[in-house]
Design a protein around this ligand. Structure first.
Ligand code: ADP
Length: 238
């Protein structure tokens, strides 16, 4: 069968912060419906790479093509409207807005018809239907993560960038969180996971890119990259 065109292609992406080359000529591709892992030690450039892809950081070099059109230079809002969503490493929730309002308000602001019902549907989608009238501080950590996801889903993204979305979850929460991510893939959405939780990377990702000092050190299936001696040495620091 023909290989489908990539949803996203980054070529030669680079970003410098003063003397630090945070991302150094990164080539990366995401195909429709796949889960791609972006892993590497702290400071290897993962979050910077996400920012370059999501349009929150201007690259110093290279370009990003999303859905066949040049995405470099578009604002994060424009990219979000095209179907590129993201969540952040630190949850960004408002303590005085209810769970429902967190999802309803962005829908209403965008003029989505039936925003009330759509917000309820999205909360059901992530398993928060029973918590709609609560405020974020009284949610479990996983439920805060679910809420972030519901907000990102409000824009119906084809591609969702998740920055350590599974970090800090208990073992039970991790299983539930992984099931939720699998269900997004089952809906046909593509995901890019910046992730440190290796069992989750192994279980979820179709392909993995490994960064080291801003450069691509390895690329392949989780099995391939996680048995690569270079990756093992760098990643485990041995
Ligand atoms: P990771 O997500 O893999 O931990 P980062 O992308 O956060 O890596 O960082 C890559 C490198 O770029 C690090 O050396 C970091 O200190 C540097 N860096 C990241 N963001 C900035 C910034 N806003 N200003 C200066 N240096 C930065």
């Amino acid at each position: 069968p023909p290989v489908s065109a990539p949803l996203l292609r980054a070529q030669g992406l680079s970003k410098r912060f003063g003397g630090v080359l945070a991302v150094a000529g990164l080539d990366l591709e995401v195909r429709p419906g796949e889960i791609v892992g972006l892993i590497g030690p702290n400071g290897s450039g993962k979050t910077t790479a996400l920012g370059l892809i999501a349009g929150t950081l201007p690259p110093d070099g290279g370009e990003v093509v999303f859905l066949g059109r040049k995405a470099t230079g578009l604002s994060p809002e424009a990219l979000a409207r095209l179907g590129l969503g993201r969540t952040f490493q630190q949850v960004r929730l408002f303590p005085s807005l209810t769970v429902h309002q967190h999802v309803y308000l962005p829908l209403a602001l965008r003029g989505v018809r039936g925003a009330e019902e759509e917000a309820r549907r999205l909360l059901r989608r992530v398993g928060l239907e029973g918590q709609a009238s609560l405020f974020p501080p009284s949610l479990t950590y996983l439920d805060q993560k679910r809420l972030e996801l519901a907000r990102a889903l409000a824009l119906d993204p084809r591609l969702l960038l998740l920055d350590e979305w599974l970090a800090g979850l208990s073992p039970t929460e991790l299983t539930e969180g992984m099931d939720l991510l699998r269900s997004l893939k089952a809906e046909g959405r593509a995901l890019v996971l910046v992730e440190h939780v290796m069992p989750a990377v192994r279980a979820l990702c179709d392909r993995v890119y490994v960064l080291s000092f801003g450069e691509l050190m390895a690329e392949g299936t989780p099995e391939e990259v996680l048995r690569d001696p270079k990756v093992v040495a760098t990643y485990l620091g041995v």
